[in-house]
Design a protein around this ligand. Structure first.
Ligand code: GLV
Ligand code: MN
Ligand code: MN
Length: 432
């Protein structure tokens, strides 16, 4: 560990429990050795930074009274028993992996707030009619393997059959990476939790959009999480000399550029909740300054509050791409990589969470549709889910400029404690 990380670790160890400590822990975890890279945060699934993060999180969970394990999908899981051992759990958490050049709070803040929530009950010597579990999902971002949300999809039992048949860009297969981490790939799906084991799921997360900031409010409650789909387009033209006359070319890159602009135009004239992103494009290894582009591959991430809106936009985009490619005499293919149906948060849990925010912050929290994907959208297959959004500066995320206020996070923790207390009073959450 660097001297800097050691000093930060000692400082975080000396901090009072609470929201500010959750923030300080996220800050600490955004540096080496909890990040694979030293100059910015990158914590990909199953990397050394992920391993170091699980180690230190284990000790923080244990200090908070939890028994800790790595589940069969490599998610870190801490459990604090309720009044009756073995009772169903209120599962609280988010993801511990990150994108490249990430901010400190996306995902991690929800895990650290889960630890603080349990710590608060543990210090008060209190047990609830349900267990409290804190989970740090391993692969939410899909930033290492061309996979996405494998950790929560395993817990929810919604893994596609070929989910593990992928390799990272360095050629390391997911199966080998799992084995190297001590996770048996054949047991990956055993992280599944049957409905009834999880009484409810709560995820606290930075908003990743500016609506709370614009409203001048620290907290909001998520009404639903947008449906998503990810596609890969391949455009096949013909590689040619840069001296080739313009009308003779079958340029894969200019055709791709026209498709990318058509995608932007289709999303921009759709409903405001429809968003389309081409975040990655490759001209391939053979591309060069003096070669007309022969082949291009690019991604498309498409999201909308309703699946129908997303699918209508996808059809429009595919038709536009086909017309552009025909006109430019290039071939193309579209491969669908992922589909996530979106999820509606549970009304009863949301009322309890809104009540908790009212109690601790003195206002009725806005209900927000999340355009960002979250593990909650998978866990909704096995349990009612609710999400608490925390204001983040400028709505900026997936960027090192990500920033939260300690006071907002203290309020979020207070609301989470109030929410757990509220559920403890509800006969639906009392174990027999
Ligand atoms: C995760 O950050 C996503 O919304 O893609
Ligand atoms: Mn993210
Ligand atoms: Mn996230």
């Amino acid at each position: 560990m660097t001297r800097h990380a050691e000093v930060a670790l000692a400082a975080a160890a000396a901090m009072e429990p609470g929201g500010a400590r959750a923030v300080a822990r996220c800050d600490l975890l955004s540096r080496w050795p909890f990040s694979d890279t030293r100059d910015h945060l990158f914590r990909p699934f199953l990397g050394p930074g992920h391993e170091a993060t699980c180690e230190i999180t284990t000790s923080w969970m244990q200090e908070a009274g939890m028994t800790v394990s790595l589940d069969p999908a490599g998610n870190i899981l801490g459990r604090y028993e309720g009044l009756t051992p073995g009772a169903p759990a209120l599962l609280v958490g988010s993801h511990v992996d990150s994108v490249k050049d990430a901010g400190s709070y996306d995902g991690m803040l929800g895990v650290m707030l889960g630890v603080e929530l349990v710590d608060a009950f543990h210090r008060a010597g209190r047990r609830l009619p349900f267990a409290l579990e804190v989970i740090g999902f391993g692969d939410e971002e899909g930033s290492r393997f061309p996979s996405y949300m494998l950790g929560s999809r395993s817990v929810a039992g919604v893994l596609p059959p070929d989910a593990l048949a992928v390799s990272d860009r360095g050629g390391v297969s997911l199966v080998n990476a799992l084995s190297g981490w001590g996770v048996d790939p054949d047991r990956f799906a055993d992280a599944y939790r049957a409905p009834g084991e999880v009484a409810a799921y709560l995820e606290a997360h930075i908003e990743q959009a500016p609506s709370l900031e614009e409203a001048g409010l620290p907290l909001g409650v998520v009404s639903s999480i947008a449906a998503q789909a990810r596609y890969y387009f391949t455009v096949e033209g013909m590689a040619a000399h840069a001296g080739t006359a313009m009308h003779k070319r079958r340029d894969a890159l200019t055709a791709s550029a026209a498709i990318v602009l058509a995608i932007e135009e289709i999303a921009a004239r759709g409903p405001v909740d429809l968003v389309a992103t081409v975040g990655w494009l490759s001209t391939g290894e053979n591309s060069a300054t003096n070669i007309v582009s022969g082949a291009v591959t690019f991604s498309l991430d498409l999201r909308a509050a309703l699946r129908e809106t997303r699918d209508r936009a996808a059809s429009e985009i595919f038709a536009a791409a086909a017309a552009i490619c025909a006109e430019r005499r290039v071939g193309h293919a579209v491969e669908e990589r992922h589909q996530l149906a979106g999820a509606v948060c549970d009304q009863m849990l949301n009322e309890a969470l809104s009540g908790a925010v009212r109690d601790v912050a003195g206002y009725e929290p806005p209900l927000i549709v999340s355009q960002a994907g979250h593990d909650a959208m998978n866990i909704a297959a096995i349990a009612p889910v609710s999400m608490l959004f925390i204001r983040c500066a400028g709505g900026i995320s997936h960027n090192p400029a990500e920033s939260v206020l300690d006071d907002d996070v203290e309020l979020a923790l207070a609301a989470m404690i109030r929410f757990a207390d509220e559920l403890a009073q509800n006969p639906r959450f009392r174990s027999p």
